[in-house]
Design a protein around this ligand. Structure first.
Ligand code: SF4
Length: 743
């Protein structure tokens, strides 16, 4: 029996696990008692990981050798790795020669390890010269990124998990942590047990398990969070509960925000959000730190408020405004930069943070640098040993698939993600995958829906087989370790990219962008004085280069090493000479902006992209179940995880069920402007009238969808909208206008 310390590959809590293996097979998993994210605990998903990794499962579900599809819709033919990579590199090269590098699109994943992410980003931006690399993290955290940068100056969650234990008030907005981040929710339960006076407020259109545990549930109308947050600031100003000294010393832009929120009266909050003035006052008192029964009507200096938020704020056509408006409240009350206080975005995926750190999105470059700044591009170019990094932002997730559907992008390279189920507006995604001249899917599971659209399938390793690092929601970097060898012919993601890069470098006219820049004054950063280096031989070698890219940046990890991570996961930053990483940011009141002051964001409320109207009178919300993960490629293999929820349903308010003459289990068509699905109805008083909820996980095996030309589509995203936030480009997966009709 061998034991290997690693991490859970599901949510952004980033729990440490101990993988038990014998004879090259994973036989068990348990929580790592030494890991600071979970101290030995695991949720239902994490504790059943080993059941997804048995040899029988591998035989039935894994991609075990490269496969080629000669005819679209035809059968797959196995091929040797060398032939597969030759086909891949020659086809990409011919497309680049004919149409330029922007005819390529790389769509990667927040489930890749940081090292995988780094080489993918360098391949696209450094070697090929296109910024067309984006990730499913766009669907997850890009509004949080935009909100942090707009207000605090950097994509850096300032708080940590331990802050839950120090808070007097937890403000949980758009997050069902009980399902989506269960081990963090256990910590919330511990905090409540330790401090019965802890106040928990939950803002959510649904009465989720998280909302049911709250002292105050603000059951607001879908998408109206900005009005709620501005209304809270309006009340704070009226009552004199803002911290004027902190605002004067550490922020700017408060006057414009003050003017804006003057119109967000309690009456307007009631009208827009459906929150009563009494609820608004109660929530504002607790947030600002005016304890219940206080006779002073002033915030307690020792009071601490911590906000926890997730996709309810992020997956929105006004996601940046929602994030920034909540951060405004923390700045106005000085609830930031101290134990138990601060805005804390919860990461959906296990390594969405790591992907952002290496700049693996269409608008970012390495180490949180800004693509639009010439000096930042010059630093990255110098590090990579090339003349420049392209300045034109690449296509973000929705834009990339729209460009492929329009014929502008000719080749899609998809790694470790399943857009044929997870992207909104599946009709467009399907058109993209059908129209693209060449679709490569680099994937561990043959059962992922996107595999059906691949011209070339490349088998990749997955949990328990890979080495590298991930970063969880609280900026904590942990080593991921292999417990067993790769099955079949599967290769590590970074190895596939390194092989592709070597072959592309031999192709004439393809890598002209990556000309050496030996004359750069930043040549000291260059680890490859003779041009771009991609011939990595280990994840550690990649990580060391990434570490160097962070020097002097907000996420500086120059004090960290793989050797240190072998024993201790650490939070960034951890600068050279530091013994440990930093638990909290902005404790000195100096922010990551040019002048060190945080900036209030005066952004008005904008309704959801699609309004309910007579033809589509329901607001559809989507979200997670407790015991499933994403498109169920992994959790769908574990029978007992169906014990919680066995099949897809659309939840509707009992009054709507009665009005539509539906009984429990009646089949209904749920239809939007883009498509339709058929699903059983379930009465639930947890959501309001004219609202509907469908879990996001169910693929076509469980939930059949059609577009309006009657073509089959996968799951609930047959009907969701790809409308996105103009700043973050994150799509509004949390709201679509639909109609519900008895089938
Ligand atoms: Fe895995 Fe998240 Fe559960 Fe932890 S809380 S065991 S990281 S799914």
């Amino acid at each position: 029996m061998k034991e290997t310390r690693s991490t859970c590959p599901y949510c952004g809590v980033g729990c440490g696990v101990i993988i038990e293996s014998k004879g090259g097979h994973i036989t068990g998993v348990r929580g790592d008692p030494a890991h600071p994210a979970n101290f030995g605990r695991l949720c239902s998903k994490g504790s059943t990981l080993h059941l997804t990794a048995s040899p029988v499962m591998a035989e039935q579900t894994r991609l075990l050798q490269p496969m080629r599809r000669l005819v679209r819709g035809g059968s797959l033919q196995p091929m040797a790795w060398d032939n597969a990579m030759q086909l891949a590199s020659q086809t990409l090269a011919s497309i680049v020669r004919a149409h330029g590098p922007d005819a390529l699109g790389f769509y990667v994943s927040g489930q890749l390890l940081t090292e995988d992410y780094y080489v993918f980003n360098k391949l696209a931006k450094g070697l090929l010269g296109t910024n067309n690399i984006d990730t499913n993290s766009r669907l997850c955290m890009s509004s949080a990124v935009a909100g942090y940068k707009l207000t605090l100056g950097a994509d850096a969650p300032p708080a940590c998990y331990d802050d839950v234990m120090h808070a007097n008030c937890l403000f949980i907005a758009g997050s069902n942590a009980a399902y989506a981040h269960p081990i963090l929710f256990r910590r919330i339960e511990d905090a409540r047990a330790k401090n019965p006076n802890l106040k928990i407020i939950v803002a959510d259109p649904r009465r989720t398990d998280t909302a049911s545990s709250a002292d105050l549930h603000l059951q607001l109308q879908p998408g109206t969070d900005v009005t709620l947050f501005h209304g809270m600031l309006h009340v704070m100003l009226a009552e004199g509960w803002v911290d004027t000294a902190y605002i004067a010393a550490h922020t700017e832009g408060f006057e414009a925000l003050q003017t804006l929120v003057a119109d967000y009266t309690p009456a307007r909050v009631h009208e827009v959000c459906g929150i009563t003035p009494e609820q608004l006052l109660q929530a504002t008192r607790w947030f600002a730190g005016v304890p219940p029964h206080s006779t002073r009507n002033a915030p307690e200096p020792a009071w601490r408020t911590l906000s926890l938020y997730c996709q309810g704020l992020n997956q929105s056509s006004s996601g940046t405004a929602k994030n920034a408006s909540l951060i405004n409240l923390h700045l106005a009350t000085a609830q930031i930069g101290k134990a138990g206080a601060g805005p804390f975005s919860l990461t959906g995926q296990p390594n969405a943070m790591g992907g952002r750190e290496v700049g693996g999105l269409a608008n970012l470059i390495s180490a949180h640098r800004d693509m639009s700044k010439p000096e930042h591009r010059a630093e990255v170019a110098a590090l990579w040993g090339i003349a420049d990094v392209p300045s034109k932002p690449g296509k973000t997730a929705v834009e990339m698939f729209e460009a492929a559907a329009d014929g502008e992008i000719k080749a899609l390279w998809i790694a470790c993600t399943n857009p044929a189920q997870s992207m909104p507006d599946q009709a467009t995604v399907r058109r993209a995958l059908e129209r693209a001249e060449f679709v490569v899917v680099q994937e561990a599971f043959a059962t992922a829906e996107t595999c059906a659209f691949a011209d070339l399938l490349l088998p990749a390793t997955t949990w328990g087989e890979k080495e590298g690092t991930v970063t969880n929601s609280e900026r904590r970097i942990t080593r991921v370790r292999a417990a067993v060898p790769a099955p079949g012919q599967a290769r590590h993601d970074w190895q596939i990219v390194v092989d592709l890069a070597a072959r592309l470098a031999e192709e004439p006219g393809v890598t002209a962008h990556a000309t050496p820049n030996n004359a750069s004054s930043l040549g000291h950063l260059n680890n490859a004085p003779h041009g771009l280096h991609m011939a990595y031989t280990s994840p550690e070698e990649i990580w060391v280069e990434h570490r160097e890219s962070t020097r002097g940046r907000d996420l500086d990890i120059t004090g960290l090493s793989y050797a240190h991570l072998e024993s201790t996961p650490e939070q960034w930053p951890m600068r050279e000479g530091a013994a440990h990483g930093q638990a909290r940011l902005y404790e000195d009141g100096v922010f990551a902006t040019a002048n060190g002051r945080a900036k209030f964001a005066a952004l008005p409320y904008v309704p959801t992209a699609e309004a309910r109207e007579s033809r589509f009178p329901f607001s559809l919300n989507t979200g997670r179940l407790r015991d499933q993960w994403h498109g169920m490629t992994r959790t769908g293999l574990v029978g007992k995880l169906f014990g919680h929820v066995a099949e897809p349903v659309v939840q509707l308010h009992p009054d709507d069920m009665a009005r539509l003459n539906l009984t429990e289990g009646s089949l209904v068509h749920v239809t939007s402007k883009r498509g339709s699905i058929v699903v059983p109805a379930q009465a639930s008083s947890d959501l309001g009238a004219h609202q509907a909820f469908i879990a996001m996980h169910w693929g076509p095996a469980f939930l059949s969808g059609r577009d309006h030309q009657n073509k089959p589509l996968a799951g609930v995203n047959a009907i969701t909208t790809s409308a996105y936030c103009p700043s973050s480009k994150q799509p509004e997966l949390k709201h679509a206008a639909v109609k519900v009709l008895k089938a």
